[in-house]
Design a protein around this ligand. Sequence first.
Ligand code: HEM
Ligand SMILES: *[C@@H]1O[C@H](CO)[C@@H](O)[C@H](O)[C@H]1NC(C)=O
Ligand SMILES: *[C@@H]1O[C@H](CO)[C@@H](O)[C@H](O)[C@H]1NC(C)=O
Ligand SMILES: *[C@@H]1O[C@H](CO)[C@@H](O)[C@H](O)[C@H]1NC(C)=O
Ligand SMILES: *[C@@H]1O[C@H](CO)[C@@H](O)[C@H](O)[C@H]1NC(C)=O
Ligand SMILES: CC(=O)N[C@H]1CO[C@H](CO)[C@@H](O)[C@@H]1O
Length: 383
Amino acid sequence: MAVISLKHVLVAVALVSSAAQAFPAYGSLAGLSERDFKFAMSTLKPRMPAPAPGPLRFDGPKLAEDKEHPFKPMKMDDLRGPCPGLNTLAAHGYLPRNGVATPAQIIQASMDGFNMENNLARFTTYAAHLLDGNVVTDLLSIGAKTPKTGPDPDTGALVAGLRNHGTFEGDASVTRADAFFGDNFSFNETLFDQFVDFSERFGNGFYNYTVAAELRFHRVQQGIAENPHFSFVGFRHLTAYAEVTFPVNMFIDGRRTGFERLQLDMQTAETFFKDNRFPRGFHRSEKPSGTEGLVEIFSAHPTQPGRNAGAVDTFTVDDSLGDVGSANGFCSIYTGLANVTIPSLYPNPTGVLRRNLITNLQFLFDGLPKQSNCTQIFPFGSM
Ligand code: HEM
Ligand SMILES: *[C@@H]1O[C@H](CO)[C@@H](O)[C@H](O)[C@H]1NC(C)=O
Ligand SMILES: *[C@@H]1O[C@H](CO)[C@@H](O)[C@H](O)[C@H]1NC(C)=O
Ligand SMILES: *[C@@H]1O[C@H](CO)[C@@H](O)[C@H](O)[C@H]1NC(C)=O
Ligand SMILES: *[C@@H]1O[C@H](CO)[C@@H](O)[C@H](O)[C@H]1NC(C)=O
Ligand SMILES: CC(=O)N[C@H]1CO[C@H](CO)[C@@H](O)[C@@H]1O
């Protein structure tokens, strides 16, 4: 008798707390149990995915911190994550300052603030949205408020947005430590000191493609030697190389020319990586920019995708989710995402979830580089 009433009390408490605890509109629906999914759908407002913005009309350099985009310090409830580019865009109001946005807003902001090239902005953003966003509400958070990255105990939601480890966010970042070491998204002073040291040794005090090649390779070697769970597979094999080109292509003032245009000074680097803001007077890139320099950075020290097997120095090659260095590099990464990783997050989608997954996968495919000629994959069928 006593046991039954205690059980009733617990059930009642659980009902009250889950009723009070609506599913967060930006929480990922990946991997939810059927029960949690039903609850989520009962509280969420589904939206048709907004169409992807096209290229900029004026695509030259432009003052980033203009009248409409002043820097403002974070408020208590603002969400920030591992990407210094997106954190900066939110701090200046190119993105909603709270850090929750639609994919269309993220693409537009990356173009407006940094002149990121349209296809790259689309491919990156839809990959992020499919991996970490809420595809039913069409919202993605660029990070999280609390350090917590696991599922929310009340709703099962993955609320960490881009801080979520192992989907987009990954190991071997140049200014953020691996998740294994505890803090996977914050600016890390020790690693930034290493960034400065490499820039002194290989770039005469500036960060450039030569420095990027050395530092990228070194961070991979560090991961293999120090992190028993070091993982460098599939999409991460691409983003790790793409991200080291961004500081040269998009953190340097677009009014520079010649050799100087490709040499990033340390004060500017620190303003973006640590303070997440545009330097005073900064002008965005002079032309739509993306992963220029990636091939020469990769070729300087080619690596293969793979992971440590639970102990340091046990790196084992695994190219089942793609390999940037292979003949069809970009397509192999796309195939890993569309054929394996994304369907594994959503094993049996139906209704509006399935519809929006199909739409976002189409947007992802449309964002592939124009010359890439990849075979499209339809893991959820077509509409
Ligand atoms: C288009 C949408 C974008 C998305 C979804 C995105 C997402 C991310 C994520 C999840 C990471 C963390 C990956 C990791 O290192 O573990 C990251 C890193 C990074 N992002 Fe972005 N990003 C975007 C645009 C940009 C832009 C426009 C810039 C620069 C102007 C930028 C610069 C960087 C840099 C430099 C890193 C590397 C940080 C490091 O290694 O310490 N991103 N981005
Ligand atoms: C910064 O990164 C280093 C190297 O990965 C790591 O040992 C250290 O614990 C990190 N520091 C903080 C404060 O997270
Ligand atoms: C990087 O800087 C070093 C030192 O100035 C220079 O020798 C090298 O050519 C630069 N690399 C690139 C790609 O600009
Ligand atoms: C996609 O995965 C299936 C197995 O789930 C496999 O049979 C097929 O060959 C894969 N397609 C591509 C293009 O890799
Ligand atoms: C694109 O791929 C198709 C089939 O995979 C092939 O027949 C065609 O020649 C390719 N086109 C280019 C421009 O590479
Ligand atoms: C795997 C993972 O998410 N690791 C960590 C990421 O960073 C946060 C904040 O320090 C940790 O709480 C997670 O355990």
